[in-house]
Structure formats: C-alpha cells, structure tokens
Design a protein around this ligand. Structure first.
Ligand SMILES: [Zn+2]
Ligand SMILES: [Zn+2]
Length: 526
C-alpha cells in the first residue's frame, strides 16, 4: 500500500485528533447542588451480587407499575437456561453484525452476566459531541439519539454514564439520566431519580445510571451531586463525600495515577483497560512505554482503505488493543492489601473524528466504540440500579473485547470444600483451597467463518515480589491448588482466525494474539 497524500493527511489528523481529545480531565466546577444523601458506604457482603445485598436506600422503584425490572424480552419464547449462542454458526459467513446478540439464557452456574458500559460521555459533558454538546444551551438531540441508539443496537443492559463536572454540575441527576419518550424513570426511596430504562425497538431495554468523571475521581451511580469541591479533589474525604452521595468509588485512567495515593482513597474499583490510553500517542509513550504511533499503520486501512477488499471498520481493534500494563500493576499492587473491582472504560464522546468510514458511519461513532468491548456484571436476580452497583462493589465483573466475538461461559471462582468464593472477593488461604477457571467459547451468533479462533488462558498470581504464571490451558476448566496468598486473575487470549472473512487485506491481523477476556481478581489472604 502506497502512502498517498490523502492517507498521510488522514494519518496526521487521526493522530492529532486522538491526542487532542482532551480525554477526560474534566476541569473546573461551577456550581453545586448538594443534597442530603443518606447512604453511607459500600456494601460489604461477599454473597451473591443481588440487589438485596445493597443498602436499603437505593432499592430502586420505577415510576410506572409495569415492567420495572430488567427483563430482557429479546428472547421471549426461548427456554430459560437455553443459550441461543450455543447453537452452531451458520455454514457461510453472514454480513458483519453492527450490533451484538442478547445474553439472556446464557447462564453460568445458574447466574447470568449483563453487558455493562462503564465510562461514557453524553451531551452533559463539555467535550462530547464534537465539542459542542449544548448548542444554544440545549442538548444536542441528534448526538444524544446516536448515543441511545448505540446502546440499543449493541444490547447494552446497563450504562454507567460518567459526565464531566463542566455541564454535569449544571444539571440534576434527574436530567443526567437522559429520559426521552416512553423511557421509565427509576427512583430511590427518597423519590430521587437515579436511573432510567430506555425501551429499545425489538424489546431490549438499557438501564442508564448517571455518574461523573473529573480528573480526580469517577463516582458511579450518584443519587445527588456531592458538596461543591468534591469532584475537583482527590482525597479520602472527597471520595467519602462521593460515596455519601451514592457513588461507587472509582478512578479512570489508572495508568496516569500514583499507586500510593490510590491506596488511601477507599476505592471500590479501578479502570484496568482504557480506550484513550491505548490510542493516545502521548499516553502510549509516557504511561504505557509503547511506540506512540506504532498502531497507525495497521489501523488506517480500517478507516481510510485504499483497496477493493477493505477490512470491517469495527474490527480496527484487531490492530491496536494492547494491555494497559500500569493499570494491571496497580491492581496487583493495591490488591495485596485491599479488594478492588476492575472495569474497561469505553470513554466515548463522539468527538474524535466525524470523517465517514466505508460503513457509512463516522470513525468514532458511539455505536462503534460501544461495539468494541464491554464489561460483564454477574448478577443473581434482576438487573436494577442497586444490583448493578452491588456487583461493582463486590467485584463481579470481567472485561470482554466483544469485537473479537462474544465469549460465552467464562468463569472464575475459588473453592474450599463446599464454600465458593466468587471473583472479586477476598478468601482465606486454607488447606485444599482451589481456584477454578473455565475458558469461554465463541458464541455461534458472532460473526465468523473458515477457521476457529485459537484460544489460550493464563492464570496469574501476583504477590509483593511481582507476577508469575501459575497455570496455562487451552480447553475447558482448569483447577489450581492454591499454595500461596496473592492476587489471582485470568487472561483469555485469542488469535481471531474466525474473523478472516471480515478482515480483507488486513487478514494477517487474525494471527496476532490479543486479549479477549480480563477476569477480575480473587484476593487470597495468608
Ligand atoms: Zn472520560
Ligand atoms: Zn472527556
């Protein structure tokens, strides 16, 4: 492929735009709308992540009397417990799917996972929607419609919005749930709106839960704004204030944070993977130690093709997804003394490049970025605001790079006799303690053709001395006899050979091994 002047211009603009994207250092705060939040802290249970384990003040109720739960009717008529994704794939590759298949019916040990986006910007962020999210003081409805449609087509079950203080603090939490049309509001016991169900065409529903992202913190699931000044400060007191306002205590962009400082904040979770960090040349070089523009040659054909056989733009992830090593080290270091949940941050703003790609959509469309990867909250019972936040506090999350295909059946837990400790929790090292992990399989409904993907899973243990591989397998379930304390976690790796029919001239990328799944950790204490 020759470098045409257009290609060069595109390369330059993409690099510039990605680096200029003011990522997420939400700046100053202008006003405060403090309200008397009554919730005082995180749930401490290590039981099943059901809504009932969360505090009473956020038992969510809907304003209408019907259909207030998270029942996904996409697969109504199917047998409960029968996963449609276990069916074999079609004989010949189908056209690339712009959206994702329902997860309903695909259970693991009787419990299902819900697709979650954690870290997402709406027109309530100053830098969303090409930097002009509120023309004339009104929300950009077209940009908002893109966001809502993206959640629906990707069948996202729950979206934790994280708008920047500038604009977010001018709005109430009720305004930040983005209710439109026949949406259904969710209220807490003080009658404050804390969530919103979007009804999608075809029966799917997405639960919107607002939060805020500043440079200091990313509280998820707020019932009210905390006192003025809270968002702009990173301290034990400011995080306590965010928790008192209902927030689950989180930080984004972990790769740019000081681990010793994070240890003091009383965090529930950290971002383990962050899209901007992966693409921003400056962050790649300074925080990840990577070639700042190393991915551009591989990524350009996805967005600016110059052949008759271009790759699917949605598969650009096959060219750039790499581990966020500093964030993994943060989990392993902080995890020696505290329990933490992980998340992957989509961090979409629809503000990077409006240029159209061959599929007719802008490079950075909400739909495409939400299609690339998601979080999987494991919840026993109904999806509600409370049960989703309980799963976050308890660590019931794993990260899935779904553009490589939908992984079904992933599992990780510790077992001591009859006692199961789920991923995300702490467990005491006792004789006979095992960690069991199951390799996922590719959903038959995921785009695929030709060869099967090559899979490999690695079980890591990290202690004060560093990280070591304690298990590696490529099929079924692996059981490890635990003999030392530490932070245990699993990575599932994939060579996505099944994607060759969709990779066109970039087919060589199907031989590059990428992470498919990051588990949360199990914290074994000595
Ligand atoms: Zn952000
Ligand atoms: Zn931003």
């Amino acid at each position: 492929m020759g470098l045409t002047s257009r290609t060069l211009a595109s390369l330059a603009s993409l690099a510039l735009l990605l680096s200029a994207s003011p990522a997420c250092s939400g700046s100053g705060q202008t006003s405060s709308a403090s309200a008397g939040a009554t919730e005082s802290g995180p749930a401490t249970t290590t039981g099943a992540a059901t809504g009932s384990t969360d505090t009473a003040t956020e038992s969510a109720t809907a304003t209408s009397t019907e259909g207030s739960t998270g029942t996904d009717t996409d697969t109504t008529g199917g047998d409960p417990g029968q996963c449609p994704g276990d069916a074999p794939p079609p004989a010949t590759p189908e056209p690339w799917a712009r959206g994702q298949a329902p997860l309903q019916g695909c259970e693991v040990r009787g419990v299902r996972d819900y697709r979650a986006i954690i870290h997402l910007h709406s027109p309530h962020s100053h830098d969303a929607c090409d930097g002009d999210p509120q023309p004339g003081g009104e929300l950009d409805e077209s940009c908002l419609a893109d966001l809502r449609a993206a959640l629906c087509v990707n069948r996202i079950d729950v979206a934790f919005l994280t708008d920047h203080p500038v604009h977010a603090m001018e709005a109430t939490i009720e305004e930040m749930v983005l209710s439109r049309g026949d949406d259904e509001l969710v209220r807490d016991e003080e009658d404050r709106v804390i969530g919103n169900w979007i009804r999608c065409e075809g029966g799917h529903r997405t639960l919107i839960i607002p939060g805020v992202e500043s440079g200091s913190m990313m509280p998820l699931g707020l019932h009210a704004h905390p006192p003025e000044g809270t968002y702009g400060e990173s301290s034990p007191d400011s995080f306590a204030a965010a928790k008192a306002a209902g927030g689950v205590a989180w930080v984004a962009h972990t790769e740019g944070r000081d681990i010793d400082e994070l240890a003091t904040l009383g965090l529930d979770g950290i971002e383990l993977y962050q899209l901007h960090a992966n693409l921003d040349p400056e962050i790649r070089e300074e925080d990840l130690g990577l070639d700042p523009n190393g991915f551009l040659t591989d990524v350009l054909p996805f967005f600016f093709p110059d052949s008759d056989d271009p790759p699917e733009p949605d598969l650009a992830t096959t060219s750039f997804v790499v581990p966020n090593e500093p964030s993994i080290v943060a989990l392993e270091t902080l995890g020696q003394d505290q329990r933490l949940t992980i998340s992957a941050g989509t961090d979409a703003h629809q503000n990077v490049s409006a240029q159209k790609t061959p599929d007719g959509e802008r490079v950075d469309s909400y739909r495409r970025m939400i299609r690339w990867f998601n979080n999987r909250l494991r919840i026993g019972g109904e999806l509600t605001v409370a049960s989703a936040k309980a799963a976050l506090r308890q660590g019931r999350n794993h990260i899935v790079f779904e553009s490589f295909g939908n992984p079904l059946g992933f599992d990780l837990f510790a077992r001591a006799g009859d006692v199961i400790t789920e991923l995300g929790a702490e467990v005491e090292l006792v004789p006979g303690l095992t960690i069991e992990a199951t390799l996922p399989h590719l959903d038959g409904r995921s785009p695929q053709g030709g060869e099967a993907p090559e899979l490999r899973a690695v079980l890591y243990r990290a202690d004060g001395e560093g990280r070591s591989v304690v298990g590696e397998w490529s099929e079924g379930t692996f059981a490890y006899q635990v003999d030392a304390p530490g932070v245990y976690r699993v990575e599932v790796l994939i060579r996505p050979r099944h994607l060759v029919p969709y990779l066109g001239t970039s087919a060589a990328l199907a031989e590059v091994e990428r992470v498919w799944v990051y588990s949360g950790a199990i914290f074994v204490r000595g």
